[in-house]
Design a protein around this ligand. Structure first.
Ligand code: AMP
Ligand code: MG
Length: 318
């Protein structure tokens, strides 16, 4: 695709692109996904190529509804309980059924498949128009900031990937990923659905995946979600030559000698608002000139767990 890339004006155009075996980015409530027909080997392969994504990192398959998901994976009673959060920002890693039409490349050779039913209306309508499961990782080059609006997708692929514009993502963080092992629930990735909320709703504790876990998310790289600038975390007093990503009340220490760029994730200290703003504010501060973006401390409760996870990876040595 070249500079003439057509960005679809409506869902039917986007569906035609995907049915023709090409990629089309589309909005979800979490971040923009780089969508392909999950049953088409070549289309799925071009997701990996377009993102420069390591081939060991399997993709999440987006389904229209539970009926479609049931054609792909086995639902144990516990999995059914967790499915009450669908449609929504929760991905379940479940045993894959035999003889599905899903391309082998999607699961990177594992016998499990990560599935999710998105709540975003545009995503829902696209899935309905295509009528097939869509493989869709975040629509950004591997390792970089995730896109939460159409312009971020266009910019990060130099306008070479068609994007169905559905405005800003309401949640702004990737889905929470859970796996089930011997009736134990394991969180493989913190995300837009807070672990505490799931635990409270289902009355069961969720374990955290660690390096020793039998199950892990192969794609959880130490360095990920990274802007071009370096990140410095838990900073109350940013240095004069840094940009500052604030949270809650801006400390007095900032004035009067601090003259750098500031964005406040949520002046009132609301974690949901902070999650929604995280990637787009980092992107705005990351203007190519500033060398370091310092970030205020974020409480580690609720959605703070996922926000801090992204910040930690974004600040990891590359
Ligand atoms: P993303 O690039 O945000 O779509 O990331 C998808 C995440 O899901 C990656 O961290 C993958 O490693 C993880 N994932 C996908 N499929 C599986 C699977 N079958 N088992 C474990 N993790 C998975
Ligand atoms: Mg991603």
């Amino acid at each position: 695709m070249d500079k003439q890339t057509l960005h679809p004006q409506n869902i039917n155009q986007a569906a035609l692109i995907i049915e023709a075996g090409m990629l089309c980015a589309f909005p979800t409530e979490t971040v923009y996904g780089l969508g392909a027909d999950a049953t088409n080997d070549d289309a799925v392969l071009s997701i990996y190529q377009t993102k420069s994504r390591p081939s060991f990192n399997p993709l999440i398959v987006h389904c229209l509804d539970i009926k479609m998901a049931k054609t792909l994976v086995e639902f144990s009673p516990l999995a059914k309980t967790l499915a009450q959060f669908w449609p929504g920002p929760l991905t379940l890693v479940l045993p894959m059924k035999k003889n599905t039409q899903i391309s082998d490349i999607v699961s990177a050779g594992l016998d499990t498949l990560a599935v999710r039913i998105p709540a975003n209306q545009t995503a829902h309508e696209l899935l309905k128009a295509v009528g097939k499961p869509l493989a869709a990782p975040s629509a950004n080059p591997s390792g970089q900031l995730s896109p939460t609006n159409a312009q971020m997708v266009k910019d990060s692929f130099n306008n070479r990937v068609p994007v169905l514009d559905g405005g800003s993502c309401s949640d702004g963080l990737e889905s929470t990923i859970l796996a089930i092992n011997n009736n134990e629930i394991i969180q493989l990735r913190a995300g837009a659905l807070a672990r505490e909320i799931i635990e409270k709703t289902i009355g069961k504790k969720i374990a955290l995946a660690n390096e020793k876990s039998e199950i892990s998310a192969p794609g959880m790289l130490k360095s990920h979600y990274a802007p071009k600038a370096n990140l410095r975390l838990n900073v109350i007093k940013p240095k004069p030559d840094e940009a500052y990503l604030a949270f809650g009340q801006t400390p007095d220490a900032l004035t009067p000698d601090f003259s750098g760029k500031i964005k406040n994730l949520s002046p009132k200290g609301d974690l949901k608002q902070a999650a929604k703003n995280l990637f787009s504010y980092l992107n705005q501060l990351d203007d190519g000139e500033v060398k370091t973006i310092s970030v205020a401390p974020i409480p580690n409760t609720g959605l703070g767990e996922a926000i801090n996870d992204r910040l930690k990876r974004a600040s990891a040595p590359r």
